[in-house]
Design a binder for this molecule. Structure first.
Ligand code: ADP
Ligand code: MG
Length: 231
């Protein structure tokens, strides 16, 4: 579904992506792990067309590397950035409604359906989103993205700063999203959640992929974890 090949990106003279190759298949949850600053968010932004990059990006059989961000979004790629950019003064419901694509027939997700699925959000549908907890804000940004009906969603460090119990809830939500047929590229630093929910994992180090394999194979590679993941 998503095939990235030999992708390079620069910020000025700094060579941030140094030939990244990665694939996400239909309905898969794929993890992209790595320490802070290795280039994971830059890769997501390059796929969205928000950062200039050289190389090949194919999505649903189409070359998309020359398309504009709004065209890429319309083809069905969603990105949930690290900063949970909710609109604090708008209500939860209004935030969700902003995710609906105008001029598009109803997708697999609706605002009412979302609120049914998430009683926590439903209870607070009419309150300003700014009063939600970190975990609830994370759920809200993911739900808002899904309302745009993406076929693939890239979620950037969704568990950052969340309590362990909330991290588990986010993990459950990721599984529910994938069960609805949406592919997920999960960008994480936490190995624990990635090992639990992902079918395949990539580890990035200094702008390149340094490991690719199943959670089981990463568990048996203490050398990779020590060099590229543990802090
Ligand atoms: N807008 C930017 N301008 C210049 N350098 C940046 C910018 N964004 C990120 N960087 C740098 O690029 C590198 C990769 O960053 P990033 O993709 O955000 O890493 P990650 O998401 O893996 O933590 C880091 O060294 C970071 O400081
Ligand atoms: Mg990042």
């Amino acid at each position: 579904m998503l095939e990235v090949e030999e992708l390079h990106a620069y910020y000025g003279k700094s060579h941030v992506l140094q030939g990244v190759t990665l694939q996400v298949g239909t309905g898969e949850i794929v993890g992209l792990l790595g320490r802070n600053g290795v280039g994971r968010s830059t890769l997501a932004k390059a796929i969205m067309g928000d950062v200039d990059a050289k190389g090949s990006i194919r999505f649903l059989g189409k070359q998309v590397e020359t398309l504009k961000p709004h065209q890429i979004a319309r083809l069905g790629i969603g990105y949930v950035p690290e900063c949970r950019d909710i609109f604090a003064t708008l209500t939860v419901r209004q935030n969700l409604e902003l995710g609906l694509k105008s001029g598009r027939t109803a997708g697999r997700w609706t605002v009412a359906g979302m609120l049914d699925m998430f009683p926590n959000l439903a209870r607070r549908a009419e309150v300003p989103a700014g009063v939600l907890s970190g975990g609830e804000q994370q759920m809200l940004t993911m739900c808002r993205s899904l309302l745009g009906d993406p076929a693939l969603i890239m979620i950037d460090e969704p568990t950052e700063g969340l309590a362990p119990k909330v991290v588990e809830q986010v993990g459950e939500l990721l599984r529910e999203i994938a069960a609805k047929g949406v592919s997920i590229l999960l960008i994480e630093q936490k190995l624990s959640i990635a090992l639990k929910v992902c079918s395949r994992l990539y580890v990035m180090g200094h702008g390149r992929i340094v490991f690719e394999g199943t959670p089981g194979s990463l568990q048996s590679r203490a050398d990779i974890r020590k060099e590229w993941l543990e802090v």
